[in-house]
Design a protein around this ligand. Sequence first.
Ligand code: SAH
Ligand code: SF4
Ligand code: F3S
Length: 472
Amino acid sequence: MSVNTISPNKTVDESRQGEAFAVVADKPHEGPLFYIESYGCAMNFSDSEIVASILGECGYAATRNMEESDLILINTCSIREKAEDTVRKRLRIFNKLKKKRPGVLIGVLGCMAERLKTKLLEQEKLVDIVVGPDAYRDLPKLINTATDGEKGINVHLSREETYADISPVRLESNGISAFISIMRGCDNMCSFCVVPFTRGRERSRDTFSIIAEATALFKEGYREVTLLGQNVDSYKWSNPETEESVNFAQLLEMVAQVDPLLRVRFSTSHPKDITDEVLHTIAKYDNICKYIHLPAQSGNSRILKLMNRTYDREWYMERVEAIRRIIPDCAISSDMITGFCTETEEEHQDTLSLIEFAKYSMSYMFFYSERPGTLAARKYEDDIPLDVKKRRLSEVIEVQHRVQLALNQKDIGKTFEVLIEGDSKRSADEWRGRNSQNTMMIFPKTAVGQPGEYVMVKALSTSTTTLRGEQV
Ligand code: SAH
Ligand code: SF4
Ligand code: F3S
């Protein structure tokens, strides 16, 4: 996990961040082996599963052991400077291995590949393959090029690619929760953000392929899907045959109808786009989880304007009130950035008070990291000293932790439906699972309940991130 990423409540992607993960062929494999590491957001983890599928088609099997692999891939993130530093460190380690075994190919995938393009081949001499997020179908060809001793690079961004027809190979899956990518790219131009440059234009995936994937996952025993996009509320797919279009509320409803036992989650919602229609759909279906990740970024309207978020503090607060009105038991989480260009102490206070107002159950909190080429880098001076950014970040974290602890304390004595995910990290005598609000619950095993099943758990005690309880 990158150092300036401080997440009080690890989500699936965060806790897996930086881990090498792969399915190991269940039967002895004759052909070549690949090893893949993923960094960054859930979209990247989901993309690695698409890459695994493409490589599987051309005879590769995955390995967890880098030492025995023929191809080492790293799926990278550019969101903050630290994220890129981590990748550079890993590349140095891979390169040591390549010195011992020159036949091994090293490939950089994802956002850093897209951002740095040929510079990666120049700066990191031992990188053989550079592939941007829209070019994964080209991997087999690029591997061949690299095997022939040339550098393989494709960083073409597409307006159409959604990999709709590719069945992801689930990597390191618990067999219960899976990501489904519903769109790619981003058309917002938040001034701090590199994603529109690394992921290209927004496009939505064929609704039918999404439903088919959710249905197949359910049949395989999965009980939770998370629909992924940078801005899921702007999902819009038009059926080329009927010209009818599907929006996010309608898509949510269709996925919820796959089976009442399939939990549906989604991320990320953009405060400017989340509609009452979506909120009513969440309220209508028990299996759509009562949890919305609604990143505010800042609590101050002037800063939000500089960030080009296109909403202000009042708009954001109104959306929070709408959530409370329409879905009273809904948890809300956020992302926050401290020390954005020109932010004053009073404006920083507005962020603290917004956290108190929204009562987030969790937040990803960062200090501002200038990214080359973004609107902010071109227009505004990165003028808040690092120590001030960090001090404000620690204040944000402190308030957030206080708020979420108080929220968890209010849950003590309440009973929740929990989907069992597996053993708790500490003990094989306890289960771990989440309630609809996405809070982790730990409870002793009883005769009733197995991973993938729902049980009722009463909360008895809490920490900042976890509720402990017992089955009832
Ligand atoms: N699409 C999502 C965000 C994806 S990036 C949304 O709009 O909410 C994940 C988070 O990284 C952002 O919400 C933001 O809080 C943080 N982030 C993005 N760029 C950053 C930067 N330059 N410095 C610090 N944090 C940044
Ligand atoms: Fe970045 Fe903004 Fe798009 Fe999110 S909505 S990915 S923060 S540009
Ligand atoms: Fe990082 Fe790219 Fe995701 S920059 S946060 S991996 S979209």
